[in-house]
Ligand binder design. Sequence first.
Ligand code: IPD
Length: 261
Amino acid sequence: MSVMDFMRETALEAGALALREQGRLEPGRIHSKASVKDVVTDADLMVEKLVVEGIRDRFPEHDILGEETGASRKGGEYCWAVDPIDGTASYARGTPFFSVSIALMRNGESVAGAVFAPRLDELFLAERGAGAFLNGKKVSVSTRDDLRLAMLGTGFGSFRGGDDDDCLRRFARVVPEVSEVRRCGSAALELAYVACGRYEGFWETGLKLYDVAAGVVLVTEAGGRVSDLLGGGDFPAKGTVASNGLLHDRLLERMTTERPG
Ligand code: IPD
């Protein structure tokens, strides 16, 4: 089985499990992590176990970074970044906006990714050099180049650690200049929406590698661009900005939160 076949099958299986478990979620199966704003459900743990066991069986020599189980590092060339349920807060409230996100990284760079939203029945897959696909159909980023017509996604992950005035200032700068800003609650899914042209762009700070690793390869393979807030490659540590490429620099200009005077 090829890496992409493995990814597809694992994402579908993991998504099906997440879907079944969403119907059975009750308060006792939802827990807080570092803060009350940061939740994990029993389903996150079950889905991560399924994915991690699959990787260990098939690629025993590869490293794994899982949102819930942490890193197992053998110091190799390949590492899998797994977010079993990206958008756990939305998932726990019964919304359809969550996804399973699985990425394969080589020497720190994403080379293949799967983002599956089981309630929406949408599987996004990308492999470096081979393009990005939604349910088997090739997708590409939007061709809109007018910021005033842009629909963007964002998130407020940086608030989990407390207040974040910069995040609010950035939001206040962007909102009046674009057509719409959406917040669906799954960064992986919002990156996938940039890849397939539904959104022109996305930005967020406070994300972790497992949130973005699959989405990044989707966006770049669909013809878009991903950077940190300053336009460099240090994402997600220094923020994540993704776009159709055409609007990237204009988005970056709005990421600075310095106030005049
Ligand atoms: C979260 C989602 C959300 C983002 C948060 C992430 P999780 O991931 O991607 O959209 O705003 O910052 O932590 O915790 O549900 O896997």
